[in-house]
Design a protein around this ligand. Structure first.
Ligand code: NI
Ligand code: MN
Length: 226
C-alpha cells in the first residue's frame, strides 16, 4: 500500500492495483495548489469522510476526469448521484468488500454540511483493510471513545489522524487516539493549511516520540510505503 499526501486530509492510496483519492481539497489549498495538478491524479474511487469544503472541493472535477466511484455516507453519496456521478453509499458501522479491500465507515465527532448549506449527513472516518495492510483514516474528529472499537475489529498498521487542533483533535488528543486505536504509527494530517490550524511540527513529533510513538509528517506530494 502506497500513501501520498496532498495536503489537509487529501491522500492518494494505491492498493491492490487500484487508486483511491481521499478527501480531495487540492486546487484551492494554498499549500498544494501550485504543486499538484488534479488532472494528473488517477482515481478508481474517491472516499469522502464528510461534506466540508476542505474535504470535497475537488471531488467533482476528479470524478469527472477519471470516472471514479464516490464512496461516502448516504447523504453525500446521494448528493453526487444527483449530479450524475457513480456512487457507493455507506453509513456508520457498515462495511463493504470492494475490489481493493474492505472498507468500514466509522464514527467521527464533527459536523458535515456542504458549502452551500446542503445536508451532508453525519461525518465519519474509514477503516481500510487492504490485502496486506490495514489503515484508519479518522477524518475530522474529536477524540472519541468510539475509537476504542476499532482494534476490536482490525489490527491497524497506520492511523491517519488530524493534529491541527481548533476544528479537530490536536496533538495531545491524537496521542490518546493512537492509544485508543492501538497503533503507534501515525500519519498526521489536517494542519498548517490555514491560520487556525498552524502547528509547531517539531514539537508535535517530539510529543509523539516522548509518548513512545512515531508521528510521520509528509511534504505535499510525498509518499510512504506500508
Ligand atoms: Ni471538517
Ligand atoms: Mn476539515
Amino acid at each position: 500500500m502506497k500513501i501520498t499526501f496532498y495536503g489537509q486530509n487529501s491522500l492518494g492510496i494505491e492498493v491492490s492495483g487500484k487508486n483511491l483519492i481521499i478527501d480531495p481539497f487540492i486546487s484551492s489549498n494554498p499549500l498544494s495548489k501550485d504543486t499538484i495538478d488534479i488532472r494528473s491524479l488517477k482515481a478508481d474511487y474517491i472516499l469522502l469522510t464528510h461534506a466540508h469544503q476542505d474535504h470535497v472541493l475537488d471531488a467533482e472535477a476528479i470524478a469527472r476526469n477519471t470516472g471514479a466511484k464516490i464512496v461516502s455516507n448516504y447523504e453525500i453519496a446521494m448528493h453526487y448521484q444527483g449530479m450524475g456521478f457513480d456512487v457507493h453509499p455507506m453509513n456508520h458501522g457498515g462495511s463493504w468488500e470492494f475490489d481493493f479491500g474492505r472498507v468500514k465507515y466509522v464514527n467521527a465527532i464533527h459536523t458535515s454540511t456542504f458549502a452551500d448549506g446542503t445536508d451532508g449527513g453525519f461525518p465519519g472516518g474509514f477503516v481500510i483493510e487492504g490485502e496486506h495492510k490495514n489503515i484508519y483514516i479518522a477524518g475530522d474528529t474529536a477524540l472519541t471513545m468510539d475509537m476504542k472499537l476499532i482494534p476490536m475489529w482490525t489490527k491497524l498498521d497506520l492511523a491517519i489522524l488530524p493534529i491541527g487542533d481548533n476544528f479537530t483533535m490536536g496533538v495531545e488528543d491524537a496521542i490518546l487516539a493512537s492509544d485508543f486505536v492501538q497503533c503507534d504509527k501515525v500519519l498526521g494530517v489536517h494542519y498548517d493549511t490555514f491560520g487556525y490550524i498552524e502547528i509547531d511540527k517539531e514539537m508535535a513529533k517530539k510529543k509523539f516520540f516522548d509518548a513512545g510513538k512515531d508521528l510521520m509528517l509528509l511534504g505535499i506530494g510525498e509518499s510512504l510505503e506500508l
